[in-house]
Ligand binder design. Structure first.
Ligand SMILES: Nc1ncnc2c1ncn2[C@@H]1O[C@H](COP(=O)(O)OP(=O)(O)OP(=O)(O)O)[C@@H](O)[C@H]1O
Length: 595
């Protein structure tokens, strides 16, 4: 039989374009065995989504190997993904609702099935089966997915996954927003998936609902796997936690009496009545009788009865941490001191610190001075000087500016291209080097001025820009110039640019996952661009609508409300020093350009 287990070995994943910012490390080997369900748990920001996305090929792998059985996820020197692994994996990202690409629920399901190139009858079968499994009535097929309720959209996201019948399901927070019936359905779907010999890895903050189905629990903390244990061992260790699910605590109580749980540890929670009756009966038994009961009554969980019966080796082959050793049967109360850590206060980004140091008016004035004198340069030595200045400003901010590197490379290529086009003559076929150099010099000086401007985006927060504009041009409101509306518009534009980029990243990722692209995630194939752009625009419009509502709720546009100002910008010593330095440098650049 072909082995279809996931293997992750010596994996390291960094933030896009930031090789020194590691988001995920798996030092040794992590194996998810086929036919098992693993819960990924850990606090907010621990790295669960990053792990799932890495397994689905939605994050570039900086080091290590990932494979399903003998099929490597990344092939061709990590330039593309293995089609067979991608087709065998179905991932539901966090917020899997709000990902719709089509006009109707039916088209949405068909969109998911497109990469599988199925015959029409098979497509129809899968579509109806998935709809039924997710608990969505067929009447919804003609509806706009965006018009469904939040929970229905979650179910549709699940149906889209199920229609593909993947070997592996990777689910990120699948219970969020689901009602009790939805959670039961999800459990049934997972149980059926597992019974068919397939596997699932589920990131969740709600282990209570899924624990009875789980074989393994992997605890993720600070971007690495802290422990990987059998689900029953994890449940035993955490049954006495204040936040443990009631059923788990009740089962722990029962286990305290050394009694068997009703149903013999089947892969569902026992009915509350049965559980209550079992506790009542066990409590009523004389002490001596209890001692005779099997000492190994354990908590439920599919393959998770390690004390009750010998079982297959655990799915995880990761070396368990010392705290992860299975506790003795009676040892249910003390929780493992593993997953709880006091969260560290968020460290302030150096750029954020700088952003509050300078007055935006001083920054803009300094930039205008320098940019004007850079553009004046018409010699290669002047360009070199301007380049050195831009590099000196970039150097301390290089880590934060990495996201712009792709854009800069593209611009540098455009300069070269324009240089070639400007110098080329067809009749007679010749190349005018002087003309080419002139064009490139012109474009390169503009490029330097722009390079100098980019760090400004980091050094000014939108709110401070708004205050700077209000303080500088506030006097115009006396002449009925709508200055506060103008400043608000400018601020919103500044706020929206990073938001637009982030939302595009999210949609590109969704399009990549649903379209089963085999290119690296940053390089969406052109055929998928069209399907991602329309929902992206819709999402942006939705965000704009929400923002308008939020502004209205805060009283913007209501002239009766007295406007309050959070803070006042002051021109400080550091601003004067910076302006002075800019003046000196621009004087040098001016002289260089005019001699
Ligand atoms: N593109 C990125 N650039 C920089 N940091 C990132 C990026 N993507 C994720 N991170 C960081 O990686 C860490 C792990 O994020 P991840 O979304 O995997 O956490 P999580 O365990 O799924 O959290 P939650 O339970 O809140 O969903 C977070 O600190 C997050 O800020």
């Amino acid at each position: 039989m072909i082995d279809r287990s996931w293997r992750l070995e010596a994996v390291r994943v960094c933030a896009a374009g930031e090789r020194d910012k590691t988001l995920l490390t798996i030092k040794e080997k992590l194996v998810f065995k086929e036919g098992t369900i693993t819960l990924l748990i850990g606090s907010n920001g621990a790295g669960k989504s990053t792990l799932l996305e890495t397994m689905a090929g939605l994050r570039r792998l900086n080091e290590g190997q990932i494979a399903i059985g003998a099929d490597l996820l990344w092939v061709g020197r990590r330039r593309r993904l293995s089609r067979s692994v991608v087709l065998n994996t179905g991932i539901a990202l966090q917020h899997s609702e709000s990902q719709w690409f089509a006009a109707t629920v039916k088209e949405e399901l068909l969109y998911s099935l497109k990469p599988y190139k199925l015959e029409p009858p098979e497509r129809e079968r899968r579509l109806h089966h998935a709809l039924q499994a997710a608990g969505l009535p067929a009447e919804l097929l003609a509806r706009d997915p965006w018009s469904l309720s939040g929970g229905q959209q979650r179910r549709l996201a699940l149906a889209c996954l199920l229609a593909c019948e993947p070997q592996w399901l990777l689910l990120d927070e699948p219970t969020a927003g689901l009602d009790a019936e939805g959670i039961s359905r999800l459990c049934a779907v997972l149980a059926a998936h597992k019974a068919a010999g397939r596997g699932a890895v589920v990131a969740t903050h709600d282990p209570g609902a899924l624990l009875p189905l789980a074989d393994e629990v992997v605890v993720v903390a600070r971007g690495s796997v802290r422990e990987a244990v059998a689900a029953s061992a994890w449940a035993n260790a955490h049954a006495a936690d204040a936040a443990a699910p009631q059923a788990l605590r009740a089962l722990a109580k029962l286990r305290g009496f050394a009694a068997q749980p009703p149903g013999g540890g089947a892969a569902v929670w026992p009915a509350p009545e049965a559980l209550a009756a079992a506790i009542h009966a066990a409590a009523a038994q004389p002490q001596s009788g209890r001692a005779a009961a099997p000492a190994a009554a354990a908590l439920p969980g599919a393959a998770a009865l390690p004390h009750a019966a010998p079982k297959a080796p655990p799915a995880m082959e990761l070396r368990p941490s010392p705290g992860a050793a299975e506790p003795a049967a009676a040892d249910v109360s003390p929780p493992l001191p593993t997953t709880k850590r006091r969260p560290l206060p968020p460290a302030q980004h150096p750029a954020q610190r700088l952003a509050t140091r300078f007055d935006p008016r001083a920054l803009i004035a300094a930039y205008m001075l320098l940019a004007a004198t850079i553009i004046m340069q018409h010699s290669w030595s002047g360009l070199l000087l301007a380049g050195a200045l831009a590099a000196a400003i970039w150097l301390p901010l290089r880590t934060q500016m990495r996201t712009w590197l792709g854009f800069i490379r593209a611009y540098a290529l455009i300069i070269l291209l324009f240089g070639v086009v400007a110098g080329a003559h067809i009749q007679p076929l010749s190349f005018d080097w002087e003309q080419s150099a002139r064009t490139m010099l012109r474009l390169a000086t503009l490029f330097c001025a722009m390079l100098l401007g980019l760090p400004m985006l980091l050094l000014m927060t939108p709110l401070r820009i708004q205050r700077a504009l209000e303080q500088t041009f506030g006097w115009m409101s006396r002449f009925k110039v709508p200055i506060s509306s103008i400043t608000l518009t400018v601020t919103l534009i500044f706020r929206f640019i990073p938001l637009l980029l982030k939302e595009w990243e999210r949609f590109a990722k969704i399009a990549h996952a649903r379209g089963k692209a085999i290119t690296p995630v940053g390089a969406l194939p052109p055929s998928m661009l069209a399907s991602a752009i329309i929902p992206y625009i819709r999402s942006i419009l939705r965000m704009a609508e929400q923002m308008a509502e939020a502004l209205e709720a805060r009283g913007f546009g209501n002239s009766d409300i007295r406007v309050t100002r959070g803070f006042q910008l002051r021109f400080g010593r550091q601003d004067i020093l910076m302006l002075g330095a800019a003046l000196i440098v621009s004087a040098v650049l001016y002289m260089w350009a005019t001699i």
